[in-house]
Structures are given as C-alpha cells and as structure tokens.
Design a protein around this ligand. Structure first.
Ligand SMILES: [Zn+2]
Length: 635
C-alpha cells in the first residue's frame, strides 16, 4: 500500500498527443490490461477532456478507465485539476481530498464517502478501487462535489468536464506544450543506491553544489517523441550534467528576481521569442535539479506565466523557457550571467500611482495614500457580500489615476482605483477572515488602512515533515533525517489535535513531496500556521543544538522567537538562535506565518542519541505544542 501511494504521488498528467481517430464507423474503443484485485483484466480506456481539451497520462501510468459504464480517474487528477490536497491512510485505505472548506474521505471498495463528516452514498454505488497500485476514484462524484459538469458521450465513449464558471478548470496544469518533467521520469527509475546527503546544515532545498545529489537525467525529448502506447521504455542513457536550481525572490509586485543557480563556470545564452512572448535560456552542461517541478512554479510571479525546462541529452544542454505574462514587456526583463548563476530581473515599468503604497507581512498589511491636501473623514464602506472595502475621496485631493493592482497576498486579492464623477473610489477586494481599520483619516494629508488576517476559531495548522523517499535529508549514524522528521511530525500532529487544532500534514508516509507543493498545500487551504520539521547536520561533529529558521519579516520573527524559546526550555538543548532565511522554499512561498524547526544535529552523536530517544522527542513536541498555544491562545 505504501508503495502504491508513492507511485501515485509520482504520477503526473501531461497533456499527451491526441490519438487521432481514424475510424468513421462505430466508435473505436481502446482497451488496456490492468491489474485489479490481483487479477489482470481487460478494461476500456476513457477519453476524458477538460473544457474540450483531451488529456492523457504519462506512458506507464493508469489512464482514466471505464468500468461498468462508469469513468474512474486516478486520484492525482483531482489534485492536479482542482488544486485540492490529498492524503492517504494506508491502514484504513482511505483517501482524503481537501479543498477550501470541503473535506471528502473515500474508502477503497466502499460506496460510502464522508463529505465534511457526513456519510454520502456514491452515485450508482461506484467505489474507489486500486488499479495497478494506483488509486482510482469515480469521476462523477468528484465532479459533483467540486461543481464541475460531466458530459458523458456514450457514442464515442468520451467524457468532457466543463467548469461551471466557463473558464478552464485550471489551465496552467494543462499547458499547451507537452511537458514531461524529469523528476517524474526519475521516479520510475530504480534509485536505490543513490544517496542524497544534505551537506549544508540549513539548506532545505536540495543542495545544488553537492555532487552526491546528481541523479541520472533522462533525455526528455525521447520520452515526448515516444509514440503513445508503444512501450514504456525510458532512455536511461544518462549524463551527469551539473545540477542547477532555481528560485524566485519577490521583492514586491514590481520587482522580482528569478535566479538559476549552480556551481561556478555556468555558461548560458538567452534570447526572446514571440507568439507567445517568451524568454529562452540555454545553459551548457547543466540539468535541472530533479527535486524541482518546473511546471507548477510561477503562477504567482509578476512576470512569468509558465516555466518549462528540457534537458537535451545529445547536446548536454538545459533549455529553460519562461513564458512571459501578457502585459510584460521585454524591456522590463533583464538577464545577467554571473559566475554561478543566471539572474532574470523583472522591473515593472507599468504606470503606477506613486502616492499609493501597499505592503504586506504574513498577518498584517498596510495601505497608504498621500493626499494633495488635508481632508477630513473619507467615506469607508464594507460590502460583506462581495467582501470589498470601498474608500471614497474627492479626486481633487486623491490625485490618482485609474489602476488595478493584483495583490493576491493573504489579505487582499486586488486594489482597484476608479475615478467616478468628482470622486475617486479605491476598492480593496479582501480575502477570507480579514479585518480592516483606518489608521490615518486624512487630516494629516494621509490615509492609512491596516488589514489584519484573523485566525480561525479552531486554527488550521500545516505540519510538514521535511524530506522523504528518495530525498533522505541528513544521513548520520545509521539514521535518516526523513524518518526522524516523520516521527516528530506524527507525534506533534496527534498532540495538536488533542489541543483542539485542525491539522493538515504534508506527508504521513515515506513519500517524496516537492517543496513547492508543500507550500502550495498550505496556501490552498489558507492555513493559519505552517510548521516544518527538520533535523540538522554539520561537517563538524561538535555542532549541536536547536535552530529556528524564518522568512525575514516581523510577523515571522515574532513567531520564530516563541517556538525557539519553548523548544529550548522543554529540551534543554543548546541555543543556536533564530535565523532569518529568505531562500527556503517552504518559508518564502508560504503566505501564512511559518517556521522551520531544526531540532538538533544528527552529526553529533550524543545529540543524535537524544533525537532518537522517545522521551526526548516527547519533551521536544511538548515545547512545540506550548509554543503553538502561546501563539494562538496567548498562554
Ligand atoms: Zn532537512
């Protein structure tokens, strides 16, 4: 079961080539052989489209199937399509699908599901089943629950999913280009014997400088050109190209740096292409770090719409293609080749009202407008149906041009400036559970509004066990960090539930979850807090103690201090301070207050003995629980 879970996590839906229908007579139904309940069966393949765009799965994966006239899809489709979060309980054989306020629990071979705790019979009593160790769920039920329309056409055995809003369900997940990500291909290779040792004590992302990290890279072009269904053979002729990583540092909405980093001696060239506008960067002798998934990366970038990467084995060259957003101009994008990195800097040249500023932290955000003159009592209205705060002031004092800023932080979706008659209206579209307060009322020629995110009455906490599966994290004294992280995370989750918190875990078993997915899981559920559990390693066996890492901001720093002091108290470990870290994915891509806890050094033999000790682990967990209570409840 554990293996099944690992495999379905590795499943990626790539938009495959459309199989041309050459039959003009009766619809041609294709069949495949699959293992269900230990028996090999011939099962009809389902043609599933999303808003009329056909989709297929990677070769070797289980496609949508028709069983007893019902379409079943791999559960991973649900996560990919809907941005839902999935967890698997191997013991109970239950899959939990969570999206915003809806939680669905499906049980293998059971026609009863639980939707937000209430039992519900599945349509036509079609149960989720395991096919080739992949979890398959009934498409209709999922679509019903998540408000998608299912059009089944019996004549050609096809199903079209239509998002009710009329927009594509989640277009970014089905890019127009066929994309195969090296990581997914690597997932199907035997990686036993490949050890990834984390050599940088604090680095949460897999270290790009570490040679032991180098995993074989498969020629992606070969995979793409493999005809559908011909075979599953992956060209494993490997090249140990230098690994590069990438990261996006968002300074603010107008200024970003997308950085590709590797070891010194990087040699790159770049050029722009049109229709659509894109920047192509070729890096010689490099391959992308396999722990990064290019295709999910930059939906929230100010200038990158989508990123694709290909490793061209024959040329030993990595090509990274950044599709630019529609309103991004080439002049706004600068490329700089450094010895060990390529930096793509975006500086917005879009006209902006410079007297209007907005800045956000994790809990608090702040709007400020400088007026031409003093003005008493602007009108502020809140529309609870649209969740919009509207500020009205005479245009003669506001001095603003029409503008719309897509903010999309934790508090605000957008800020829109409209001039209407004699007045200027500024509309703030709020996210859920956000309060606002006027901090400057115009008398000092300034208007200020502070927005504050409220925690849920029953706070939702994401507990993230670092590393997993092919990424063991630190390895020392016969122990792996991924195991210790999971033990602590499970103990912590159980205790926090007892204390009355709602818990989401990023992994409950030994599986590989990408860093961006960990952050996305927390963001999609709009969690109140993110806790990442890690254990440390150092070159010197003397190093020992606790470190608490946080993304540099006031809200995060205050949180880190609480965690750090409570963990030190409960464990008695050495104080290695709280450390600001801007580049860790789980810290910089999460939107809520977040901390990464490095519980101790596995490379110090006496500390490792503690870290493996049940009583010490419990004490550490109690410290973390105390910190969470202090943070949410003030004690
Ligand atoms: Zn770690």
């Amino acid at each position: 079961m554990k293996k099944g879970f690992k495999q379905y996590i590795a499943l990626t839906l790539a938009l495959g080539l459309l199989i041309p229908s050459v039959s003009f007579g009766a619809p041609k139904i294709e069949y495949g052989k699959f293992i269900v309940g230990g028996k090999t069966q011939k099962i009809a393949l389902a043609n599933v489209s999303v808003d009329s765009a056909p989709l297929t799965v990677s070769s070797g994966e289980v496609p949508p199937l028709v069983i007893d006239s019902r379409t079943l899809v791999p559960v991973k489709l649900v996560t990919e399509k809907l941005g839902a979060q999935i967890s698997w309980n191997a013991k109970t054989e239950e899959v939990t699908i969570k999206k915003s306020d809806k939680t669905i629990v499906l049980k293998i071979n059971s026609s009863t599901a639980k939707v937000n705790g209430k039992s519900k019979t599945l349509p036509d009593k079609v149960s989720p089943i395991i096919v080739n160790s992949r979890t398959m769920v009934p498409l209709k039920f999922i679509a019903d629950e998540f408000s998608l329309t299912v059009n089944y056409n019996a004549a050609n055995n096809s199903t079209n999913l239509i998002s009710k809003s009329g927009e594509h369900v989640n277009d970014a997940l089905f890019p127009a280009d066929t994309v195969v990500n090296t990581d997914d291909i690597l997932g199907s290779l035997d990686l036993s014997g490949v050890t990834v040792v984390q050599n940088n004590s604090n680095n949460n992302s897999v270290d790009s400088n570490n040679n032991s990290n180098q995993l074989p890279i498969v020629d992606v072009d070969n995979i793409i050109s493999t005809p559908q269904g011909s075979n599953n053979q992956v060209n494993t002729s490997t090249s140990l190209a230098k690994q590069v990583s990438y990261n996006l540092v968002q300074q603010n909405m107008d200024n970003e740096i997308f950085s590709i980093t590797g070891t010194s001696g990087l040699s790159s060239s770049s050029f722009f292409l049109s229709d659509p506008e894109r920047l192509v960067i070729d890096i010689q002798g490099a391959a992308i770090n396999s722990s990064l998934d290019a295709n999910k990366f930059y939906s929230n970038s100010a200038f990158i719409k989508e990123m694709n990467s290909y490793y061209h084995a024959s040329e030993n060259k990595l090509r990274i293609t950044l599709k630019l957003k529609d309103d991004t101009k080439r002049e706004e994008v600068q490329i700089k080749q450094n010895p060990a990195s390529v930096d793509v800097t975006y500086k917005s040249q879009k006209p902006k009202n410079s007297n209007m500023t907005y800045s956000a932290d994790r809990i608090n955000s702040k709007f400020e407008l400088r007026l031409l003159s003093s003005y008493n009592a602007p009108s502020v209205n809140f529309d609870m149906f649209s969740n919009v705060v509207e500020l009205t002031i005479p245009s003669s004092v506001s001095n603003l041009q029409p503008e719309i800023r897509n903010v999309d932080d934790r508090n605000i979706s957008s800020i829109e400036v409209i001039n209407q008659g004699q007045d200027t209206k500024i509309k703030f579209k709020l996210k859920e559970r956000v309060n606002y307060a006027l901090t400057e009322n115009g008398i000092n020629s300034k208007i200020g509004i502070k927005f504050t995110k409220q925690n849920r009455t029953k706070p939702l906490i994401v507990v993230d066990a670092g590393h997993g599966a092919k990424d063991p994290g630190a390895v020392s004294g016969g122990s792996t960090e991924k195991e210790l992280n999971l033990i602590i995370s499970q103990k912590l989750s159980a205790r926090l539930k007892q204390e009355g918190y709602e818990i989401i875990t990023t992994r409950d078993t030994d599986v590989f979850i990408e860093l961006v997915d960990r952050a996305a899981a927390a963001n999609n559920s709009d969690a109140d807090l993110f806790i990442s559990i890690h254990h440390n390693a150092a070159g010197s066996s003397a190093a020992n103690g606790i470190e608490t890492l946080y993304y540099p901001s006031d809200d995060n720093k205050a949180l880190a201090q609480i965690f750090h002091s409570e963990m030190l108290k409960s464990s008695g470990a050495n104080d290695r301070k709280i450390i600001p870290r801007a580049n860790l994915v789980v810290l910089n891509r999460t939107k809520m207050p977040a901390a990464l806890l490095e519980l101790g050094y596995m490379t110090n033999s006496s500390e490792l003995a503690n870290l493996k000790d049940d009583a010490y682990q419990n004490a550490m967990v109690e410290g973390i629980v105390k910190a969470v209570n202090r943070y949410f409840k003030g004690y």
